[in-house]
Design a protein around this ligand. Structure first.
Ligand SMILES: [Zn+2]
Length: 404
């Protein structure tokens, strides 16, 4: 049977293109400029010896090192949150301006306050453990800290959808809001040869804050779930919802959460080792000038945050390359799993990328370096081209199938 050629080229109408270009510029400035700004301010604060000043303050409260951390760590974490504030304000202004966000400022400040509180609370716990390990062994702390981080990471992935996410958005069972859609999604699950109970499908009230559609997979073990934003249900035709859901089911079936945890464990090990080398060198070389007697002293915390900021920036392309890889796999799976459920999977997929790209104002031809460094997903243009052309069921095709 001959089918009409599927549109493979992602493009934006002129008015949306102008907005997409401006938005991409703003994001690039916010990311690279924001990183440079954070590094500059932290370096300045270390140079003017804020670290020893905070340590002296903490030493007045207690002579015990762990108790000093209860003073020094929260102060530095608040400083870090405040350094990031201008960039966050700028990006929310931009997102409101281009209509991607509809979140009122009062609600935005509420969210900012909550995430700042989480940063200070969990950051203080993490830094207390870290400095206790540094005091225990100035040579091996990075390894012990990594060992402790492994179970913490598993627990965090398990708990985030149950404890943290509901602090920022409202979730309800999809079966309650849209039972007809659940029936359709169960067909996709059955097509993939698995049973995902409806109790693991949730709808999130994203429309209170954003305009674009989305869905995602989160959690681990008993907390593993698929979340569809209510914006998706409102703005996307049903066949395309199946395609989006098929992609998420791909993450679920292909164990991307577990693979992601294993990958980040490996990256963390390298990260902590580099942090150890750089931190030790920095304090050894400039400790005299900055009045930091040793890495184990709380006066070194600003220098540590500086090291972590630089290394996080350098680690971003590594994490994003991995993410783009699994996102592509989920695209492949998603397109295969709707085969037989929608008349033309290629058309459904490519139309959904066109729609999502327009709603999110995705740039048709993003800068290659920016993609390499900051994109967690392949550019919409390449996802759409792939979707339009990919068909492992075409006779003679040698494309491997993820879905039988
Ligand atoms: Zn995905």
């Amino acid at each position: 049977m001959l089918q009409a050629a599927v549109h493979a080229v992602y493009s934006l109408p002129p008015d949306k293109l102008v907005k997409a270009v401006a938005l991409a510029h703003a994001r690039t400035i916010a990311y690279f400029g924001g990183t440079a700004w954070t590094i500059f301010v932290l370096w300045l604060l270390v140079r003017v010896r804020l670290g020893p000043a905070i340590r002296d303050l903490a030493a007045k409260a207690s002579r015990k090192a762990w108790a000093q951390g209860m003073v020094a760590a929260p102060i530095w974490l608040v400083v870090l949150v405040l350094i990031g504030l201008p960039v966050s304000l700028y990006m929310h202004t931009v997102n409101l301006h281009y209509g991607l966000s509809v979140e009122p400022w009062t609600m935005w400040w509420g969210d900012f306050g909550k995430s700042a509180a989480l940063t200070v609370i969990f950051g203080t716990i993490a830094l207390s453990v870290l400095y206790a390990l540094i005091r225990h062994s100035t040579r091996r702390w990075w390894l012990w800290f990594w060992v402790i981080c492994l179970p913490v990471e598993v627990a965090a992935v398990f708990l985030v959808p149950i404890v943290i996410d509901p602090m920022f958005n409202h979730f309800s069972p999809l079966a309650k809001t849209d039972p007809a859609l659940v029936q359709q999604l169960e067909k996709v699950a059955a097509r993939g040869g698995l049973h995902i109970p409806p109790s693991r499908m949730y709808v999130m009230d994203a429309s209170a804050k954003v305009t674009g559609p989305n869905a995602y997979v989160t959690g681990f073990g008993a907390s593993k779930r698929i979340v569809v934003w209510d914006t998706t249900i409102r703005k996307v035709p049903q066949d395309e919802i199946l395609a989006i859901y098929g992609h998420e089911q791909g993450h679920y079936v292909l164990h991307h959460i577990q693979k992601g945890m294993a990958f980040s464990a490996a990256v963390m090990l390298a990260f902590f080792w580099f942090a150890y080398l750089l931190f030790t060198w920095l304090v050894g070389r400039f400790g005299g000038r900055w009045r930091i007697p040793s890495v184990a002293d709380w006066s070194s915390l600003g220098a540590l945050l500086l090291v972590v900021t630089v290394l996080s920036f350098l680690a971003d392309p590594v994490g994003n390359a991995f993410s783009r890889h699994i996102e592509h796999q989920a695209d492949v799976y998603g397109e295969e799993v709707i085969h037989g459920l929608v008349p033309n999977p290629q058309a459904t997929m490519s139309e959904s990328f066109q729609r999502l790209g327009e709603l999110w104002l995705d740039l048709p031809d993003p800068n290659g370096f920016v993609v390499f460094w900051t994109y967690s997903h392949p550019p919409t243009s390449s996802r759409m081209r792939f979707a339009a052309e990919y068909d492992p069921w075409v006779p003679g095709s040698r494309a491997p199938k993820l879905v039988k």
